[in-house]
Design a protein around this ligand. Structure first.
Ligand SMILES: [Zn+2]
Length: 293
């Protein structure tokens, strides 16, 4: 294996793949000193111009196909009540989200059951859509949660936790764990998925439903507006499925949606213990089917 990470001066640079621990990495693009947040409402021009900056070092893992910012510093990103990310005022996005919520509730028979959404956003729209579609209870956790903005005719069916998801919340049990447009903001992706897996424990019927941007579309369209500091992790269908399998999940369904912009992955806890690093990535056929980006 060859290590292609350059710039020894960058001591802080991540030197092993956050998804699979491989050191077979290739630095593919850099951009120094970019703003570390893109969705904050700031009070003044001076505050905006003086906002912290960080470096982008897009790095490709030759073993699992994951693309990530090796210079990402978690401390620099702010996720707070002044983080405005909602797409709830877009009719197209709301239609898509409502349909997806209904599809998941029907497909996994979540009628009357509980849903935990990690990173539910400031208004928890998707969790509300899942309850509207028949789910019994929604638990939403997000540091940007603004509970005062949430209006639902059945507030008693929700629990809102304005915080980052962590081991501290592993006691929150639900029939489904949903996580949309959040994993791309998390740098230690393997640690995060392992934490989610530990929290589910021995409840094999729990379904795990994730949605995030597809890096292949970003690269093919040269969608530079989707490459920014907050997005520290970039997945393809292949690299996402491999991460799920490597962290103890069985992939039930994998597809592109929203005009092929988003990856959807549906999984459940695997009952087969991982035998070795490579075998975690599935059979050779699966490997080829979901080839790296
Ligand atoms: Zn990797």
């Amino acid at each position: 294996m060859t290590e292609h990470v350059v710039n020894p001066a960058a001591d802080r640079r991540i030197k092993a793949c956050p998804a699979c621990d491989s050191v077979s990495l290739e630095l593919v693009a850099t951009e120094d000193q970019i703003p570390t947040n893109s969705c904050l409402l700031l009070e003044s021009r001076a505050e905006a111009e003086g906002y912290p900056r960080g470096d982008l070092a897009l790095t490709y893992c030759q073993d699992c196909g994951f693309l990530f910012n090796a210079d990402f510093d978690t401390q620099l990103s702010e996720y707070s009540a002044r983080y405005e990310e909602t797409q709830g005022y877009s009719a197209k996005f709301v239609d898509f989200a409502r349909n997806l919520a209904k599809t998941w509730v029907d497909k996994y028979d979540l009628h009357g059951k509980s849903v935990l959404e990690i990173g539910c956003g400031s208004m928890g729209e998707f969790l509300q859509f899942m309850v509207d579609a028949g789910a019994g209870k929604g638990i939403g956790i997000d540091p940007a949660l603004n509970v005062e903005r949430i209006e639902h005719e059945h507030p008693e069916r929700f629990e809102w936790i304005p915080d980052f998801y962590s081991e501290e919340y592993s006691g929150l049990q639900a029939d489904a764990v949903v996580c949309r447009h959040t994993l791309e903001h998390i740098s230690p992706v393997k640690e995060f998925m392992e934490m989610v897996r530990r929290a589910i424990g021995d409840r094999p019927d729990t379904v795990v439903l994730f949605e995030l941007p597809d890096v292949k579309r970003v690269l093919e369209e040269v969608a530079f507006w989707d490459v920014y500091y907050e997005h520290c992790s970039y997945f393809s269908l292949g690299s996402l499925a491999r991460l799920f399998r490597a962290t103890g999940f069985e992939v039930l369904h994998l597809e592109l949606d929203y005009d092929d912009q988003y990856l959807l992955i549906e999984a459940r806890p695997s009952t087969v213990p991982a035998a070795g690093e490579q075998s975690n990535f599935g059979s050779k056929t699966t490997w080829m089917l979901y080839a790296p980006v």
